[in-house]
Design a protein around this ligand. Sequence first.
Ligand code: NAD
Length: 498
Amino acid sequence: MSIENGPVEELKNYAGGEWIAPERHGLLDVRQPSTGDLLARVPLSVAAEVHRTIGRAKEAFAEWSATPVARRCELLWQLANRLREHAEDLARLVTRENGKSLPDARAEVKRALENTEVACGMPVLQQGDKLVGASFDIDGEVLRVPLGVFGMIAPFNFPLMVPFWFFPYALATGNTCVVKPSEQVPLSMTKLAELIDQCGFPPGVFNIVHGDRRAAEALLDSPDVAGISFVGTSRVGRIIAARSAETGKRFQAFGSAKNHLVAMPDAKLDDMVRNMITSCYGCAGQRCMASSAIICVGDETCDNVSRRFIEASQQVVVADPLDPRVADEAMVMGPVISARSRQFILEMIQTGLDEGATLALDGRGLVVPGCERGHFLGPSVFTGVRPGMKIHQTEIFGPVVVILKAGSLDEAIRIINDHPYGNGASIYTQNGYYARRFKLEVRAGMIGINVGIPAPVAPLPFGGLKASLMADTKAQGKAAIHFFTEQKIITERYWPET
Ligand code: NAD
């Protein structure tokens, strides 16, 4: 695949170790969010194409699941080597199709690599349990065995990393998979399939099918898919949960978020504000772990934090993330993903004004010279926000931050716990008592103490609570093994020879 200055390519599906030209049912333009340039055309696969791909994955399962785990991991290790070799190309591709800064894209590739490396520990991780002497002359044993074909449905905001929360673990445990990338950012995973193709995996073990919701629905409805890992909005996550239940497959649906940061009066103001800025504006606020709501405890904290946060927001550089003048800067904010997304964010800013919040910093109308067709917005900050307001309840998924005031830590915790989403939440304090209460009482899956993006590293589980996660299993590390294997419990006895 040649994206740099090449002719516009029509992407293909990767099924059974072959590149399959799509049936002529429709192609979608993939455009660079910072310039509007046409990057590629992605096929919108129909159900028949998805089912054929699932068929290839199903055929591959018998041999792959019987392959020794060490051999499966050897091939994943080859993939890790390829990722290291192509890390910079992959990061540039992520930036190109998604619009996030290059440092953010590099971090994304690094997390993909880390997940591959963790999955390579499967010979140890997948070991079962044995209870010798469970009863008289009886032993008990717990086996973990693979299930078959897993479907993975990915969002636009981490084109490369999100599928890595799942497929290395699925493959290492002996399953095969079909990944459906987001139709908005299909290039990084296509490039990844090229790398996988070089690693020696048997045909059909790893497959990619491009498309929109119809391709996802075909995965959901197939009786040959044993489980679905979905990441995206909670609205679609609920559909995934219902349809998976109807067809008897296991599922995990990682959904939307509105992550809160709590500023306590004793927090280190300068460090805190610097940290908040990267949390709120990295990836233009389109991380599932981005913070978009700041709760200040006390009047004085609220005045100080609001003032300093707005000043720092004004300093954020908004630019084409591939502009060589800024490409390596740690904090550059690129565009949001699409014109549609930008329009939604503008509507939400208007909603905030209609609700009576104060737009203390207005990022509308920002134009990046030379990128007039890009989907840019500057940072926007609302003050005077109350918990019931739509701008607080809704995931805006853009560079819009709402600041609320609470009279106490108790009130701040209540505001977070009353919110429908519970992906992440962080507190800034030097006080261990406050921090301990926060981690124990806040209903969010990932908690930060003086860390604005509490996204766990690959060996630890990743996932939220409440409407941010529809399932009881998380991603990454040992949690993934639980999802991608089923337990069999053996009760075993042999009578003595007479
Ligand atoms: P989205 O829900 O619009 O799309 C996600 C995927 O679902 C895409 O592949 C899309 O083609 C498919 N899809 C869309 N409609 C569908 C339907 N009706 N049935 C089946 N599949 C369908 O999400 P998005 O806009 O691409 O991603 C952004 C969202 O993802 C945000 O809400 C963000 O918070 C969330 N996200 C969550 C996490 C997490 O860990 N909780 C991580 C990353 C992103």
